[in-house]
Ligand binder design. Structure first.
Ligand SMILES: [Ca+2]
Length: 118
């Protein structure tokens, strides 16, 4: 069902010239194609898409709190378990540990609670 919805969505969305997925790689810097690729990833492999959003939110100095909060709160009762599995697989670190290492205080407690671990 998810697949059917996705296909219908994509058929309605994509102009004919993008029928061949290879065309989507034509210009890696094209913002429109970049957005389309993100939408396609989001619909075809949501766990991998959100794993990437979380990974990029945690990576580097500081934390992209708005992205991290958005993914963990909106996916908590949807597919957070799959996102956690994808994160562990990709980064060889449990997502809870990465979040605990990158955040602090009440914010950390809230995220860890949503991740299913106090
Ligand atoms: Ca960081």
């Amino acid at each position: 069902m998810h697949y059917l919805l996705s296909s219908k969505f994509l058929n309605d969305l994509l102009p004919n010239k993008f029928c061949d997925p290879q065309d989507l790689k034509a210009d890696p810097k094209d913002e429109y194609l970049k957005t389309l690729r993100a939408i396609i990833r989001c619909f075809t492999c949501p766990d991998r898409y959100f794993e990437k959003v979380v990974r990029q939110a945690i990576a580097g100095i500081g934390t992209d709190e708005s992205s991290l909060t958005r993914v963990i709160t909106t996916r908590a009762e949807v597919d957070l378990k799959l996102i956690k599995e994808a994160y562990q697989k990709r980064n060889s670190v449990p997502l809870e540990r990465a979040v605990a290492g990158d955040t602090s205080g009440d914010y950390e407690s809230m995220l860890l609670a949503l991740l299913g671990q106090k």
